[in-house]
Design a protein around this ligand. Structure first.
Ligand SMILES: [Ca+2]
Length: 189
């Protein structure tokens, strides 16, 4: 086959492939979860496949563990406990850096339960190094039973695509459990 004939045959094939693939890419609804280990099944904590970590920056008495009792799905859920506030009332449970981009619209979903208290759990998309910019946040009042939370939001144009992740802040002497977390790109509304 000469070169021109080969190109003539390959181009229509390529165009057909584009037609098949483009609606999928444009729609975005089937985009994969940006979070690895979203259901906390890849233990133990601290292993390379875990992809989540506790940041006890304020040096309170805290504990994070996999819990086999009453997970929302699978075998495990994640438990985060603040046993005693020593100084500043905050402990952070954080994802790795996520492939988020400025102006991207995302859907965040997670299941949470905990001991109902006055102080809610804060969930944020945040720049991890200083100046620790919060790009989006919500306050979650804990319920004793598992409850799903769903948020859709456009991320700001100022978002740092290299250093942003998902963070849950416990700011009280309390415990919460987390399972089945997802962050997906969705079409802008
Ligand atoms: Ca699970």
């Amino acid at each position: 086959m000469n070169r021109h004939l080969l190109i003539a045959r390959v181009i229509p094939l390529f165009a057909a492939l584009l037609l098949i693939l483009t609606p999928h890419v444009a729609r975005g609804a089937d985009d994969p979860n940006m979070l690895k280990n979203p259901g906390f099944e890849n233990g133990p904590m601290g292993s390379p496949d875990y992809h989540w970590s506790l940041n006890n920056w304020a040096k309170n008495e805290v504990e994070a563990a996999l819990d086999e009792t009453n997970p929302h799905s699978g075998k495990f859920c994640q438990r985060i406990t603040m046993k005693k506030i020593v100084d500043k009332p905050d402990v952070q449970f954080i994802s790795r850096v996520l492939p988020l981009k400025p102006n991207m619209t995302v859907e965040l979903r997670f299941w949470m339960r905990g001991n109902p208290s006055e102080k809610p759990v804060m969930v944020q998309f945040r720049k991890y190094p200083a100046p620790y910019t919060t790009y989006w946040k919500a306050m979650i009042s804990l319920t004793a039973e598992w409850k799903e939370y769903v948020f859709r939001m456009p991320l700001p144009a100022t978002l740092d695509p290299e250093q942003t992740g998902l963070m849950f802040d416990l700011q009280d002497e309390n415990t919460f459990w987390l399972d089945d977390v997802s962050v997906k790109q969705v079409p802008a509304e």
